[in-house]
Design a protein around this ligand. Structure first.
Ligand SMILES: Cc1cc2nc3c(=O)[nH]c(=O)nc-3n(C[C@H](O)[C@H](O)[C@H](O)COP(=O)(O)O)c2cc1C
Length: 306
């Protein structure tokens, strides 16, 4: 037995030598890469935790659970750009007007007063909403920042009453189950002050609805690309849309119809990778409109200066 092993060893000695040499070289390469990344990251190597949100965690996806940033929090991306991409990677001059502190204060206060008038309204007048106004508001939403400028949003405006009635039916069927079985006591208690039920008249009463879809990825030249932080990006764009609508005297209510996405997506013929994020009825408030008497937290409850 020992003789056989010895013979085999002698016969394959050259190959074994190469395997050992190759392994040693690979080990050295790994050590160098590790040391290089550590020094470039200013010792800031972050482990990304696996969480329930990992599907929206680009770091998790991109890095195989770890990522390296520099001391300013910038990811190392240059080495991943192809030549053609880096050619397009130009910067252009940028500036904004500068205001005197008094003018800054006034502008800050004016903006606050404008957005502080925004309320979620659930009672709509049937008056028509001009399409070009909506287009302008959606353009404003499209100025939102997005992870790696992937712009993962799609705003689908539905004026057609038949479609809105069909969407209302989908939403109410699901909401009935949500209210009766899925939401639970605590959630329903929190909603009591808002007085919402599974009935969603606003979907058919408002002149139109905007369905905001979020895409976790997109295709470029047939290649699938991730839309980094697509959830956060779409939410920010909707925030801008709410301000833009409020600014022109239109109202909406931010709604996130649970479990209705696929049926609405199919009804509207949207592609499978688009997920329904928000449903926003848009119009003018009804003459008899009311809103819950809610109060917003003061600055010292929402802000800490350190
Ligand atoms: C993510 C999100 C989801 C919401 N979903 C619903 C909803 O499904 N139905 C509804 O009537 N209001 C919904 N709202 C509206 C909130 O109830 C409302 O913003 C809150 O009561 C504060 O009132 P305000 O918007 O008038 O300041 C939602 C708001 C947010 C931000």
């Amino acid at each position: 037995m020992g003789g056989t092993v010895e013979t085999l060893f002698r016969e394959y000695k050259v190959y074994i030598k190469y395997v050992l040499l190759f392994s040693a070289a690979y080990l050295v390469k790994c050590v160098f890469e590790f040391l290089y990344n550590r020094s470039a990251a200013g010792q800031d190597t972050r482990q990304v935790e696996e969480t329930a949100d990992e599907a929206d965690s680009p770091l998790y996806e991109a890095s195989g659970k770890s990522v390296v940033e520099d001391s300013q929090g910038n990811y190392f991306y240059d080495k991943y750009l192809t030549d053609t991409e880096s050619e397009k990677n130009v910067h252009i001059p940028f500036s904004l007007p500068r205001f005197e502190p008094e003018e800054m204060k006034k502008r800050a206060r004016d903006f606050y007063e404008l957005v502080n008038k925004r309320r979620s309204c659930r009672f709509f007048s049937p008056d028509p909403v001009p399409r070009d106004v909506l287009e302008q508001c959606i353009l404003a939403a499209g100025t939102s920042p997005s992870g790696a400028h992937t712009e993962p949003w799609q705003f689908v405006v539905v004026y057609n009453k038949e479609d809105r009635l069909a969407i209302r039916e989908i939403v109410e069927d699901e909401e009935k189950v949500n209210y009766e079985r899925r939401m639970g006591k605590n959630w329903l208690q929190d909603l009591a002050k808002i007085k919402t039920t599974f009935v969603k008249e606003y979907i058919s009463d408002a002149d139109c609805i905007i369905l905001v879809f979020k895409s976790p990825f997109h295709y470029k030249n047939g290649v699938k690309h991730n839309n980094w932080y697509y959830e956060a990006s779409v939410s920010i764009s909707v925030g801008i849309l709410l301000c833009a609508l409020n600014n022109v005297g239109l109202v909406t209510v931010t709604s996130t119809p649970m479990n209705c996405g696929p049926a609405i997506r199919r009804l509207l013929g949207r592609p499978e990778h688009e997920k329904l994020a928000f449903l926003l009825p848009v119009g003018y408030p009804a003459n008899s409109a009311t809103v819950p008497d809610l109060h917003r937290k003061p600055l010292d409850k929402i802000c800490t200066f350190i």
